[in-house]
Design a protein around this ligand. Structure first.
Ligand SMILES: NC(=O)c1ccc[n+]([C@@H]2O[C@H](COP(=O)([O-])OP(=O)(O)OC[C@H]3O[C@@H](n4cnc5c(N)ncnc54)[C@H](OP(=O)(O)O)[C@@H]3O)[C@@H](O)[C@H]2O)c1
Length: 329
C-alpha cells in the first residue's frame, strides 16, 4: 500500500526556531541510531518512521556509522525514503554526521577534510539523496586543526551537499571557537548536538550559555538516558529492551540500585503530574528556552506516541523542579 501521511500531522507538534537561523525544528526529533540497522526488521523501522512523520516529527537524525553494521541505517532509511517518503522530501529535515570510525585506514575517522567530504558522499549515496539538510562533525578531533574541519563543513554547504552544518559532542570552549570560525567563513553553525538528560547535565551552565549567546540551536541526544528515564526498568530488565540487547551503551551494570531508586522517585512525581516518566524527562530537558529539540530513540510505535503526548503537559511548578533537583543531586 502506498503510504499517505496523516493530513493532521502539523496540528499538535510544536516547531521551535533553531538558534538565530531561519529553520524551525520539531520539539521532538527521531534518531535512527538504534532500530534501523540490518538487525531490525525493515517493516518495524518503516512503521516507526510513518508514526513519527504522522505526528509532526519532521526531523530525522542519522550518522554514517549507525547500524549495525555501520552504514545500514542510512541504507535502510534510504530505501524507506524512496518507497514512502519521496513526495514529502521537502517536509523533512534529514541529518547525517561523520566523526567516528567508518572505514579502515587513516581516512575513515576523526575530522580531516578528506574523511568528512568522502563520508558525506557515501552517506548521500546510501540514502539516495542529493543533499542532507544538516551535516555534523560528530566529535572533536584533537589532532586535525579545527580550521580544516570547519572549512570542510563550509565546503559541503558550498558544494550543495548540505544545507546547514552542525557540531556534536564539542565542549563549550571548543564549540565557541568552531562557531566563530564557521561565522568567519560565512557558513553559520546551525546547531550543536550534545548528550543531555536528567542523568547527564554537563551542558548546563557552560555549553548551553555559549550556544544561546552565539545564536546556535541545540538538540539534546539520549534525553531518556537510553531508556533509563522511563518505566522500562522498574521491574527488572525486559528481554526486548536495550539493556538486554548486549549494547555497550546500556547494560545491567549501569542500572544500579542507586539509579533505580532515583528513577522510582522521579516516576512518582511523573505519576502525580498525570504523565509517564519518559514524558516528564523530555519535558524537563525542554524546560526554559535553551534546548531547541529533544532527540529521542524508539523501538516501538507506542514510545513515539508517549513522546508526543509529553507536549500536553510541559509546565513545571517551582516546587516540582526543586523536588526533582533534590533527587538528581
Ligand atoms: N551525536 C552523538 O554522539 C549521539 C550519540 C547517541 C545518540 N545520538 C542520537 O540521539 C538519538 C537518540 O538516542 P537514544 O536512543 O539513546 O535516546 P533515548 O531517547 O534516551 O533512548 C531511547 C530508548 O529508550 C527507550 N524508550 C523510549 N521511549 C520509551 C518509553 N516511552 N517507555 C519506555 N522506554 C522507552 C527505548 O529503548 P528500548 O530499546 O529498550 O525499547 C528507546 O530506544 C539517536 O538515535 C541518535 O540520533 C547522537
Amino acid at each position: 500500500m502506498v503510504y499517505q501521511a496523516n493530513a493532521a500531522r502539523y496540528e499538535s507538534m510544536e516547531y521551535r526556531r533553531c538558534g538565530r537561523s531561519g529553520l524551525k525544528l520539531p520539539a521532538i526529533s527521531l534518531g535512527l541510531w538504534h532500530n534501523f540497522g540490518d538487525s531490525t526488521l525493515l517493516e518495524n523501522s518503516r512503521q516507526l518512521l510513518h508514526r513519527a512523520f504522522d505526528s509532526g516529527i519532521t526531523h530525522l537524525d542519522l550518522a554514517n556509522n549507525y547500524g549495525p553494521p555501520p552504514g545500514s541505517a542510512e541504507e535502510n532509511f534510504g530505501r524507506i525514503l524512496r518507497e514512502d517518503f519521496l513526495p514529502y522530501r521537502d517536509e523533512l529535515i534529514i541529518s547525517s554526521k561523520a566523526g567516528y570510525t567508518m572505514w579502515e585506514g587513516p581516512y575513515g575517522d576523526w575530522g580531516s577534510r578528506k574523511y568528512l567530504i568522502s563520508s558525506l558522499d557515501q552517506s548521500l549515496k546510501r540514502m539516495g539523496l542529493e543533499y542532507v539538510d544538516i551535516f555534523y562533525h560528530h566529535r572533536p578531533d584533537p589532532e586535525t586543526p579545527l580550521e580544516e574541519t570547519m572549512r570542510a563543513l563550509d565546503s559541503v554547504v558550498r558544494q550543495g551537499k548540505a544545507l546547514y552544518v552542525g557540531i556534536s559532542n564539542y565542549p563549550a570552549e571548543l564549540a565557541a571557537q568552531a562557531i566563530d570560525i564557521l561565522n568567519s567563513l560565512g557558513t553559520p553553525c546551525l546547531i550543536h548536538q550534545p548528550r543531555y538528560s536528567m542523568f547527564e547535565r554537563w551542558v548546563e551552565g557552560s555549553l548551553l550559555n555559549v550556544l544561546q549567546e552565539k545564536g546556535v540551536g541545540s538538540i539534546a541526544f539520549s534525553p531518556l538516558a537510553g531508556g533509563q528515564l522511563t518505566d522500562r526498568y522498574l521491574d527488572g530488565i525486559p528481554a526486548d529492551s536495550r539493556a538486554a540487547s548486549g549494547s555497550k551503551f546500556l547494560n545491567a551494570e549501569q542500572l544500579t540500585e542507586d539509579k533505580l531508586k532515583k528513577v522510582r522517585k522521579l516516576n512518582a512525581i511523573a505519576q502525580r503530574r498525570g504523565q509517564k516518566l519518559s514524558q516528564m524527562a523530555l519535558a524537563w530537558v525542554l524546560r526554559g528556552d535553551k534546548v531547541t529539540s529533544v532527540l529521542i530513540g524508539a523501538s516501538k510505535i507506542s514510545q513515539i506516541d508517549d513522546a508526543v503526548g509529553m507536549l500536553d503537559n510541559r509546565h513545571f511548578t517551582a516546587a516540582e523542579l526543586a523536588e526533582i533537583e533534590e533527587i538528581l543531586v
